[in-house]
Design a protein around this ligand. Structure first.
Ligand code: NAP
Length: 326
């Protein structure tokens, strides 16, 4: 496993990391999480992604319990959380959801620390942007979390380039802690934001990326070719919004065309897709998702494929997929 700096910060994160969206609490219990965290760490992964909103806080509870049982030295792992949606799903409490205001953020970090049973979270993200809160207010609150020792670094997720730049400029002007990382969706069918919109930010402000959904929620495994398989993410309650995208005919045909190429390199399409995201040097870490240990082990095989992604192979991948990407 290689490690990369999180953007311009000095924090070293494994180039592949492991996330918990959809899986923890819903598909993976504490024992399962513990098993997967241990397997990931055995493979050199030191970076684990989470968010307040995943399973309404329960994903943090599961990860916290698993980490406690594993009892690793705190320096040996890096954990994240993200704030925006809040835990007030019904919207009963003003300031309880869909916000990055100071009141919400300052209680959100305390809630995450409690659920994870930690005294600091390494990286905290603004999970989306909030047009109803001045960016100054959000930057000050995120910076204060760091000053108070509750978090060490902060970043954004799915923010526009303009908003990231504005946040960085405000922090720079007022000598506050700057955002160091953005967490965008990035896979063979979703590229434009990372490759074009953010292009200027990598050199200008040293933006790092931790990218999510490298398999497009499972599409890039080939498992949705003949519809939605039982037990898959798209079959889960509340995930029906994914079905249209996952069963898209043109994209599934492209995945089929990738298969012989992946086989030629000695791997499968999932590994090829993960290795492709990892090949982008702007990506500090590709966040993997897995609902079971066998998937995680399979996906870690991407590391063996990575050195085989020559410019010629990248061109062949582009020729198959680029027309279907946004
Ligand atoms: N910041 C954000 O807004 C945001 C959004 C999304 C995700 N994330 C983070 O990024 C992480 C990764 O995203 P993701 O979970 O969407 O990643 P992904 O790699 O696109 O999808 C992972 C899912 O695909 C299926 N899968 C994975 N490997 C497989 C294999 N080898 N064979 C068959 N099926 C396989 C599993 O689902 P099933 O077995 O259930 O089908 C697994 O849970 C998340 O856990 C989260 O931490 C962040």
């Amino acid at each position: 496993m290689i490690h990369r700096r999180l953007g311009r910060s000095g924090l070293q994160v494994s180039a592949l990391s492991l996330g918990s969206w959809v899986t923890y609490h819903n598909q993976v219990d504490t024992a399962g999480a513990r098993e997967m965290l241990a397997a990931a760490r055995d493979a050199g992964i030191n970076f684990f992604d989470n968010a307040e909103q995943y399973a309404q806080g329960q994903s943090e509870v599961v990860m916290g319990e698993a980490l406690k049982a594993l009892a690793w030295p705190r320096l040996g792992y890096v954990v994240t959380s993200k704030f925006y949606w809040g835990l007030d799903a019904d919207g009963a409490v003003p300031n309880g959801r869909n916000t990055l205001n100071r009141k919400y953020l300052m209680q959100a970090i305390d809630g995450s620390l409690r659920r994870m049973q930690l005294d600091h979270i390494d990286v905290v993200y603004c999970h989306r942007s909030d047009a109803n809160t001045p960016i100054e207010e959000t930057v000050q609150a995120m910076s204060d979390m760091i000053t108070q020792g509750k978090a060490l670094y902060w970043g954004t997720s799915e923010w526009s380039a303009a908003d990231i730049r504005a946040a960085w400029d405000i922090a720079d002007r007022h000598h506050l802690h700057k955002p160091v990382v953005e967490q965008p969706q990035y896979h063979l069918f979703h590229r434009r934001r990372v490759e074009q919109e953010y292009a200027r930010l990598y050199e200008d402000i040293g933006l790092g990326l931790t990218t999510f959904s490298p398999l497009a929620s499972g599409l890039l495994t080939g498992k949705y070719r003949d519809g939605v398989p039982a037990g898959s993410r798209a079959s889960l309650e509340g995930m029906g919004w994914l079905v249209k995208g996952l069963t898209d005919q043109a994209r599934n045909d492209a995945v089929r065309q990738l298969e012989p190429l992946a086989a030629e390199l000695g791997g499968n399409v999932s590994q090829l897709a993960i290795a492709w995201a990892h090949a982008n040097p702007r990506v500090s870490s590709v966040i993997l998702g897995a609902s079971r240990l066998s998937q995680l082990k399979d996906n870690l095989g991407a590391l063996d494929l990575a050195p085989k992604l020559t410019p010629e192979v990248m061109q062949r991948i582009d020729a198959i997929t680029a027309a279907h990407a946004n």
